[in-house]
Design a protein around this ligand. Structure first.
Ligand code: SF4
Length: 378
């Protein structure tokens, strides 16, 4: 298996099919302006810090490098590109002002790494690694995201965890600080390094993703970001993009689109009928109760009204009776909802919860349909 990267793992987590289309079938996603913009600024930050001896490049040199290395792909129009180019220049000038003042040569800049996690190879690039006065390492990853990162974003960020693993394996020094550097505002958003439990969780996740890939598990998982660049290969969108040939006559002479609309219309009628049924039921119950009747008559039918008791057992009393007789275990069975609660209960030891989670399996599959209104969405 070829080495995995954080980007691949993250894509597999969001949609395994999209991962397969891109990294196994080799389909190329469309160019996007935000990738071009991010890559240009990454190159500039790299250029600024990658000097053998101080000082770093002057502002003029940095801006010249920016112009020469600008990546144009993916912008919708020349105006949009010009707007971002100006914006990037401003960001970079501020970046230069901040980092020129306290410039120190980093331990590594844009450093490629390969690490091995129980036989699974992981590769990536560390944007910047600094040495702290304490002797420990600080990892910085540049981001051009719109929003600033919260402490919660930092705590959940898998990329930083994997980069900590990589840095500790590469330099045999402890990582003490993890930073997502928000380039748009020139704000370093930092947190402390991960503890051993978090590192173990990340290793576990990498192994799980690698195993799923090796086992050929590539289901499509829909999210708010769908459709991706390959809707014609996706079971959720394929029929919309390229309607099936010979699709007429799927249901008593109905085409697919007619069957869909007929299904939704019947569902609506059933809902309406159920609500009418509930309403008339209550009218009859109220009438029987008010008049002290147990039966009311129509022209051809009669309806009987009766209160039906639901019986059950008190757990404490049953247990008190059965346990001394050694029969209590005969009435116990696995409660799936209690088990789900147990898996998320932080009071239960983590390894037990992981082992329980690993036992989860598909016990049955049944076809279901969900209806969405397309017109409103569009
Ligand atoms: S459109 Fe389909 S293949 Fe693409 S990300 Fe969404 S679910 Fe996955």
């Amino acid at each position: 298996m070829r080495p995995l990267s954080y980007t691949q793992i993250s894509l597999y987590q969001s949609c395994p099919l999209c991962y397969k289309l891109q990294y196994i079938d080799g389909l190329k996603p469309r160019d996007k302006w935000y990738f071009s913009f991010g890559s240009t600024l990454h190159l500039c930050a790299q250029y600024f810090f990658k000097v053998r001896v101080p000082p770093p490049p002057s502002l003029e040199e940095l801006l010249l490098f920016y112009e020469r290395n600008w990546i144009s792909e993916g912008y919708e129009s020349a105006e949009e590109e010009a707007k971002y180019k100006t914006y990037g220049r401003e960001m970079l000038s501020k970046f230069w002002g901040i980092h020129r003042a306290d410039f120190r040569i980093p331990v590594a800049v844009e450093r490629i790494f390969y690490i091995d996690i129980e036989g699974v190879k992981l590769r990536g690039y560390l944007d910047r690694v600094d040495k702290l006065d304490s002797g420990g390492l600080s990892i910085v990853d540049y981001k051009t995201n719109q929003e600033l990162f919260t402490q919660d974003d930092l705590a959940k960020n898998l990329q930083l965890t994997l980069y900590q693993l990589a840095a500790e394996q590469t330099w045999h020094l402890p990582v003490e600080r993890l930073t997502l550097y928000h380039l748009r505002s020139n704000t370093p958003c930092s947190c402390a390094a991960r503890d051993e439990t978090r590192l173990d969780e990340a290793r576990h996740l990498v192994l799980e993703v690698a195993k799923n890939i090796a086992d050929g598990k590539f289901p499509a998982i829909e999210s708010q970001y769908c459709p991706c660049d390959f809707p014609e290969h996706c079971p959720y969108y394929r029929q919309k993009i390229a309607p099936l040939e010979e699709e007429t006559d799927i249901l008593r002479g109905m085409a697919v689109d007619e069957a869909v609309e007929h299904y939704v219309s019947l569902q609506g009628q059933i809902k309406e009928l159920e609500s009418q049924l509930e309403e008339i039921k209550q009218v009859i119950i109220d009438f029987c109760q008010a008049e002290g009747l147990n039966r009311v008559y129509g022209r051809e039918h009669a309806i009987t009204y009766r209160l039906v008791d639901k019986t059950g057992f008190s757990e404490g009393e049953v247990r008190a009776l059965l346990e001394p007789e050694g029969l209590w275990h005969r009435v116990l069975s696995l409660d799936q909802s209690q088990l789900k609660q147990l898996i998320t209960d932080e009071a239960v030891a983590k390894d037990i919860r992981h082992k329980l989670e690993a036992l989860r399996q598909v016990i049955s599959s049944s076809p279901r349909l969900w209806v969405r209104r397309l017109i409103e969405e569009e």
